[in-house]
Design a binder for this molecule. Structure first.
Ligand SMILES: [Zn+2]
Length: 451
């Protein structure tokens, strides 16, 4: 009996301490706004980083920018005994590939991979963009500093690599600078295809595009709010899956949406001073970003960005007209805010890379029953603590209720009627990190008794 009580106490303290991992606070404290400022300044000072700009110079153009980013990743890697695998990944585009391609060129992405100790083929990805543009996206010579769009996202990605490379993770973390965003999401397409061909298991893509502006064109100034855009369901789902949703739900529960909810929850747990805003759409109205090519192939991916955009400061030649200053220059970037959003990324990457894999084959049952039943495949992992069932009202945007059910592969929630809620299951590690929630993908046909 004593043994049982002791075991219970240990388990209980584990579950309690599982709420928060002190290493996550260390990560937040280590992200530096000064280094982010320095890197955004360096990137803006390449004059233009238009995808079709100079590739030979070491001081101006996209070539200079990507060489510098690669050398930054390499020096970060030196500091951690070569913990990063740094390389260029490239694809050739021609004028036949789109209306916004003024000439044939190589689209070159810069990749840095921090291999996971336990699951090297599972990847969580943070991306920013190397390229910039001015008013005319075909103009690859005039200055386009792109300080916020998107040196901010790129600098945040480099800074996350600096801090996280000091830790070891079970799953791999990838830090990426993508190119060709402004002319047709070419870099994202190329890299998503590369990952697919290599059969990567992608946990999620955190695409950062404009994480430094706090003064909206609407006059609102806000240094705590930010947005997480996610599509509702995978773009490549089958007709059968689409049809299943009519009867079993899941219209707002695709993998990207679960990732978005995960980011919001992680932020509220560790950075409660921030105001994350889930936006239930792929991207801004009619506009695009580099998470989309990953979504196109069925990978979970979201866009993280500022809450209040300033259109005078994006995609504009530097000029003053009617006393209004246009242009994406350094003065428009709030480095402390970019630091906060970098922290949001870094803690999400760390939580996901420390978490066990999500349970597979999550089934649900309980039609015309007083209880709901869930069943899943257990993960073979000695660091797993168990599983957590989540549920929420069908109109709620975020998971509202949860119950830790231990290291089991089935559970029945008594008195919870399947018709009135949506359900999901997550894995929980001993150090408290959870996988994203998995929405059931099939129905339990047979009835089973609670043990
Ligand atoms: Zn842009």
């Amino acid at each position: 009996m004593k043994k049982i009580i002791l075991l219970f106490c240990i388990l209980h303290s584990l579950i309690n301490s599982a709420q928060q991992d002190p290493r996550i606070f260390d990560i937040i404290n280590k992200i530096s706004s000064k280094r982010i400022e320095k890197d955004i300044t360096t990137l803006a000072n390449f004059g233009t980083r238009n995808t079709f700009s100079d590739t030979i110079s070491t001081t101006r153009g996209i070539g200079a920018a990507r060489k510098w980013i690669k050398s930054e990743f390499e020096s970060i890697s030196k500091e951690c005994k070569n913990c990063l695998n740094v390389f260029y990944q490239k694809d050739f585009v021609t004028t036949n590939d789109g209306e916004r391609v003024p000439k044939d060129t190589w689209i070159v992405n810069v990749i840095a991979i921090q291999k996971g100790t336990k699951y090297p083929n599972r990847y969580v990805i943070m991306s920013g963009d190397i390229d910039s543009r001015n008013s005319d996206t075909m103009d690859f010579t005039t200055d386009a500093p792109g300080a916020n769009d998107n040196a901010s996202g790129m600098a945040g990605t480099i800074e996350a690599a600096r801090v996280l490379s000091k830790y070891k993770f079970e799953s791999s973390i990838v830090y990426i600078g993508l190119s060709g965003e402004e002319q047709g999401l070419f870099g994202g397409k190329g890299f998503a295809t590369y990952a697919k061909n290599k059969e990567w298991e992608i946990i999620g893509v955190l695409n950062n595009d404009m994480i430094g502006n706090i003064e909206g064109v609407d006059g609102i100034i806000d240094n705590r709010a930010f947005r997480i855009f996610s599509e509702p369901t995978p773009a490549n789902e089958t007709e059968k899956e689409r049809n299943m949703r009519r009867f079993y739900g899941g219209e707002v529960d695709g993998v990207s949406r679960q990732l978005a909810r995960y980011i919001e929850k992680t932020t509220k747990t560790y950075m409660p001073e921030m105001n994350p805003m889930l936006v239930y759409r792929l991207d801004r109205f009619g506009r695009g970003g580099h998470h989309r090519p990953f979504n196109d192939l069925g990978f979970a991916g979201v866009r993280i960005m500022e809450a209040h955009e300033n259109y005078n400061r994006q995609h504009q030649n530097i000029r003053t007209e009617n006393n209004i200053k246009y242009g994406d220059v350094l003065e428009g970037v709030n480095f402390e805010y970019a630091k906060k959003l970098t922290s949001v990324n870094a803690i999400t990457l760390a939580s996901l890379a420390w978490a066990p894999p999500a349970p597979k084959n999550v089934l649900i049952g309980g039609i015309v029953q007083p209880n709901v039943k869930l069943k899943w495949d257990k993960i073979e992992n000695e660091t797993i603590l168990g599983y957590k069932i989540y549920w929420r009202l069908t109109t709620a945007p975020q998971w509202e209720n949860s119950r830790f059910v231990g290291n089991v592969d089935t559970f029945e929630l008594e008195g919870i009627v399947i018709d009135n809620y949506f359900f999901g299951v997550a894995s929980v590690s001993r150090n408290g990190h959870e996988s994203p929630v998995v929405f059931p993908n099939d129905i339990i046909r047979e009835t089973f008794r609670k043990r």
